[in-house]
Design a protein around this ligand. Structure first.
Ligand code: TXA
Ligand code: MG
Length: 338
């Protein structure tokens, strides 16, 4: 069955795509939809069988819970057993947007969504298309990133098609994702609250609203806490090529890194933001502006492009160690994990 791809570039096309997506979702199917972070593979969050399809299509391990997407505060509150004042404050500050709040689950949320756990991750995305679909459906949508498990999240409809085409009936093209990496996941069921996955809403922004600094993040830097959020284990978000993060002062130093790793220069694809290599002898050189927002928006598409070009090695120029760069640095650490 060939996958249908619908565009949303005119008001009429947008309406047609909303109706088609909502029709399939009501019938218990899964569809790939744009969000502002990355494309999501959506199903009716209240339909355990439909959510089961998500796990099948992605090859996702059953112990990894799925984020529930809503389009209003009332809908968010119906997904959770408790809505603390802090959740209200954070929602006012950052929703709709790239922040997922983990809270005690409501009984209407099936086990399969939470992987049997006591909490549910809830997010109100800002992309107008998924908002329109949720409103049309009237139920929340469970949606992980629309990639095969442990592969790169797609930031364009085309990269969804490359990974999941034929396995799903519909991909809606809402253009390239504006944020480009996955949402910040904040665990409000933990005391004190803790960042389970860093994202473009970084710890300093959260702290300004929370009037307390959230606990240090989990994952690569804190394996114990990663068990609370299995998607945060290392080796996630990985391209097919080997990926390393390195600094260099000049072309010679970059080439020395490549040969130390045992690769020919022409198999090495370089992603730089500050020290731009000449490109001579390298597989390719791409530039992303030295700006964390621009970097987040572009990085997954660049990694996908390197894979398509048959890269053996991807060398990403080392990033600054400041808070605004933390989320992209986290994704690169995971992609580089052995
Ligand atoms: O930006 C995003 O969050 C995208 C778009 C589609 O919304 N979604 C996304 O979903 O990245 P996924 O499944 O690829 O990553 C969700 C992460 C996983 O690491 C999962 O373990 C964690 O959030 N997570 C989900 N529900 C959780 C829960 N109840 N407790 C702890 N971690 C949870
Ligand atoms: Mg994912």
């Amino acid at each position: 069955m060939p996958t249908e791809v619908l565009s949303t570039h005119t008001a009429a096309a947008f309406r047609v795509a909303v109706r088609r997506a909502a029709g399939l979702l009501r019938a218990g199917q899964v569809v790939a939809l744009p969000t502002e972070t990355v494309y999501g593979l959506a199903a009716n969050a209240l339909d355990a069988r439909a959510v089961g399809r998500i796990y099948e299509v992605k090859g996702r391990p059953a112990h990894n819970p799925i984020i529930v997407h809503v389009a209003s505060l009332e809908m968010a509150r119906r997904c959770v057993a408790r809505w603390p004042e802090l959740a209200g404050k954070l929602a006012r500050a950052f929703w709709p947007g790239p922040l997922t709040l983990v809270l005690p689950r409501a009984s209407q949320i099936p086990d399969i969504v939470t992987a049997g756990g006591p909490t549910v991750g809830v997010r109100w995305p800002s992309h107008p298309f998924i908002q329109a679909v949720i409103r049309e459906c009237g139920f929340p949508l469970a949606a992980p990133s629309a990639n095969l498990s442990s592969r790169l999240s797609p930031t364009t409809a085309e990269y969804v098609r490359v990974q999941l085409g034929r396995a799903i009936p519909l991909i809606v093209d809402g253009g390239p994702c504006q944020v480009g990496i996955e949402s910040t996941v904040l665990d409000l069921a933990a005391a004190p609250p803790r960042v389970l996955r860093p994202g473009m809403i970084h710890a300093a922004s959260l702290a300004a609203v929370m009037e307390e600094v959230p606990s240090p993040e989990s994952g690569v830097r804190n394996p114990e806490a990663a068990l609370r959020s299995p998607g945060l284990l290392p080796k996630h978000y990985a391209p097919k090529a080997r990926l390393v993060v390195r600094g260099w002062r000049n072309d010679a130093e970059l080439k020395a890194h490549i040969s130390t790793l045992g690769f020919d220069s022409d198999a090495a694809h370089v992603i730089a933001h500050s020290r731009i290599p000449s490109g001579a002898g390298l597989g390719s050189v791409s530039l992303i502006p030295h700006d964390p927002e621009a970097f987040a928006r572009a990085i997954y598409a660049e990694l996908h492009r390197c894979d398509e070009a048959g890269a053996g090695l991807i060398v990403v120029e080392a990033l600054p160690e400041t808070a605004e760069w933390r989320a992209v640095a986290d994704r690169l650490e995971r992609a580089a994990a052995p």
